[in-house]
Write a protein that binds this ligand. Structure first.
Ligand code: AMP
Ligand code: ZN
Length: 664
């Protein structure tokens, strides 16, 4: 087989697996095998840029950056939907249609109304060429690069698709992935996102597509527009789209009467809570496309479609007590402890109150009867107080001024929504929280040790910080409750084994605020070992690509604290990895030492991420904006004109991707 054939076979094979996994939810090979094949393809494509293909599965990992999203006028306007709330509304609608069309038999397709961000995808000759947000309905932002990273969006279609058409759908973030993202944010000391819909919609406008690729976004399709489509009904639209490789939920149903429509609505009003993603109603469409055309549009919405909104599930209950949780970074989260109540199929006892402002804004007090709602959020929220039911002697909530765990006075700095307990080293939940973070899977991944055991060890006085883990002995552990000889041995050997964890993960494990996994990698790469990092100045830190002032300050602060330095030194003495390995260093040269690069535009042979990695691996620095300190600007396709002007005015050399590759 020629190289070209090998590449094409691999691409096709990966396409099929992508479709099986992300669209049909039916994996046919292991993740490992998939990754191996993807790697194989990546290597081949890198060696043979002449076989570039804009629909290659390797493009799913993202990397290209969009600084300004182009505004694109929709060829076919994206309309809103009219809302209905009762069977009467639907009957009226049916009458209007019947009057309009005359006495023809009608059929309706009922689909769920997915709650996300609408998108319009343009396909030409079976290839995705454009993805545009809804915007104001007439024009939206072109977000193609980001959309390409969503694995369920086919880059290349199969079957007998029309040569050109637009297909519309909703970009959503399923609950599970949303919860996981929030868990990681909280672990990194960041505020969690409020709900999946806004997060999905925000994701589309991220500049770095590699970040979009990391988000578990999904795309559900529901309509096709274009000419000469050779399709007769909405139901057929759904079937066809599915055949061409799109993800189209099979929940849709054909109904002949509004009674049947109401049955569908009633069923999904309850069962939507079993779905993995948020829906906010049902969309009912006249099935026959010919009829749709005859009915046409009002100034805002199609006459042939109607949304039936689900009632947001809401209940009232009594707020018994407001308590306060302390996270590992010291952030305080107020929690409403409620009289248990059934909401959307689950018993709810607690709701997050977010922060002091939220409590003040809604004037929430202990003893109040409150309205609790489950929207897109996993944790229910209090949306209002029922003031009619407020007791006459009710007192406004005084937000705590001192830490509920260690009594340290709380502080709240400008820009922070939350209050913080700054007793980093004495506040028990912060201490255990930090150790729990240290041992977690993405950090030191210590086998045989879990969060509860950490709390037990702390309570028993065996550990006060993560360095203490390395001094634990079997003899110390055995007397503890539920600690058999075997588990004590496992714990000790698990700790020992963690000394093999590479530097970048150790850096993440230290729990420096705002230093998440990605930032830890950047810092490890830029500084190569902890000693150089520990003496870095704020100026030097912000010069590292993607390290902003907030992160730089946090890193400085961390190492200014003697306790942290001591913990690091102890960890070093236990042989924890505090520098990049030989192998990691081997791939690096200092050919570009002392040179600063700015990367701009879209590249052909290597992705932006790879380009930046090549610069850093060869000792160069990547900066995000052009200044007098910039040595070269590596310019790809579509480099921003303002960047070009700036580079020219500062006399900075602009080089191409090829020039750069020759340099190294
Ligand atoms: P609204 O924004 O409330 O006027 O609702 C219209 C939006 O509902 C459309 O722009 C679509 O993005 C969205 N939508 C979600 N699911 C569907 C569906 N199955 N059919 C049509 N539109 C849908
Ligand atoms: Zn405290």
């Amino acid at each position: 087989m020629s190289i070209k054939q090998t590449i094409e076979t691999l691409r096709e094979e990966l396409r099929v697996h992508n479709h099986n996994y992300y669209v049909l939810d039916n994996a046919m090979i292991s993740d490992f095998d998939f990754d191996m094949r993807l790697k194989e393809l990546q290597v081949l494509e890198e060696k043979h840029p002449e076989f570039y293909d804009a629909t290659s599965p390797t493009l799913r990992v993202g990397g290209a950056v969009t600084k300004n999203f182009d505004t694109i006028v929709h060829e076919h306007r994206m309309y809103s939907l009219e809302n209905s709330y009762s069977k009467e509304d639907l009957d009226d609608w049916e009458k209007r249609i019947q009057k309009n069309l005359g006495d023809v038999p009608l059929e309706f397709t009922c689909e769920l109304k997915y709650d996300g961000a609408s998108i319009s995808l343009t396909y030409e000759n079976g290839q995705l060429v454009k993805a545009v947000t809804r915007g104001d309905g007439y024009q939206g932002d072109e977000v193609t690069t980001n959309i390409k990273t969503i694995k369920s969006v086919p880059l290349k279609l199969k079957g007998d698709y029309p040569p050109k058409f637009d297909i519309r759908g909703e970009i959503i973030l399923p609950f599970e992935g949303f919860a996981q993202m929030n868990k990681e944010r909280v672990e990194n000391g960041e505020d969690p996102y409020m709900n999946p819909r806004n997060t999905a919609s925000g994701s589309l406008k991220l500049q770095d597509s590699a970040l979009v690729a990391q988000r578990p976004l999904d795309c559900l399709l529901y309509s096709i527009v274009g000419s000469k489509l050779n399709i007769e009904s909405q139901f057929e639209v759904l079937e066809k789209a599915r055949q061409w490789g799109f993800k189209v939920p099979t929940i849709a149903k054909l109904c002949k009467t509004t009674d049947e429509v109401m049955e569908f609505v009633a069923h999904w009003d309850v069962h939507r809570h079993d779905l993995p993603y948020e829906t906010d109603g049902v969309v009912i469409k006249v099935n026959n496309l010919q009829h749709q055309e005859e009915l046409g549009y009002t100034s805002k919405s199609p006459r042939w479609a109607m949304a039936y909104k689900f009632k947001a599930e809401q209940v009232t209950t009594v707020l018994n007590e407001i308590t306060y949780q302390v996270g590992r970074t010291g952030a305080i989260t107020p929690v409403a402890n409620l009289e248990a109540v059934l909401l959307a199929g689950t018993t709810v006892k607690r709701a997050s109150l977010h922060n002091a402002d939220q409590i003040e804004k809604l004037d929430i007090r202990e003893g109040d009867t409150v309205f609790v709602e489950k929207g897109g959020e996993i944790i229910p929220k209090i949306i209002a107080v029922d003031f009619d039911k407020r007791a006459v002697d009710s007192q406004p909530t005084n937000y705590i001024t001192h830490c509920p765990e260690c009594e340290t006075e709380l502080v709240r700095t400008d820009g922070d929504a939350k209050h913080f307990c700054t007793n980093f080293y004495g506040c028990p939940p912060q201490i255990t929280g930090r150790i729990q973070h240290f041992i977690s899977r993405k950090a030191m991944d210590i086998e045989g040790l879990g969060g509860e055991t950490v709390e037990l060890l702390f309570k028993e006085g065996l550990i006060k910080n993560y360095a203490d883990l390395f001094t634990l002995t079997k003899e110390q552990l055995m007397p503890l409750e539920r600690m058999a000889e075997k588990s004590a041995e496992n714990l000790v050997s698990g700790v020992k084994k963690s000394t093999e964890i590479p530097f970048e993960r150790v850096l993440f494990a230290l729990g420096i605020r705002f230093v998440g996994e990605t930032v830890a990698k950047k810092l490890a790469k830029a500084y190569k070992n902890i000693d150089t990092l520990m003496v870095a100045t704020e100026e030097e830190l912000v010069a590292v690509d993607e390290i902003g002032e907030r992160i730089a300050k946090s890193v400085l602060e961390f190492f200014q604290n003697e306790k942290n330095v001591e913990a690091v030194n102890r960890l070093k003495s236990y042989e924890v990895q505090f520098s990049l390995s030989e192998e990691q260093l081997e791939n690096q040269t200092d050919k570009l030492k002392g040179q600063t690069f700015v990367v701009s535009g879209v590249f052909e042979k290597v992705s932006r991420t790879e380009l930046k990695k090549l610069i850093e691996d060869n000792g160069g620095k990547v900066a995000s904006s052009i200044s007098s300190k910039t040595t070269y600007v590596v310019a790809g396709d579509k480099m921003g004109p303002s960047k070009r002007t700036k580079a020219e005015s500062l006399n900075v050399s602009i080089i191409t991707e090829d020039d750069f590759l020759i340099m190294i």
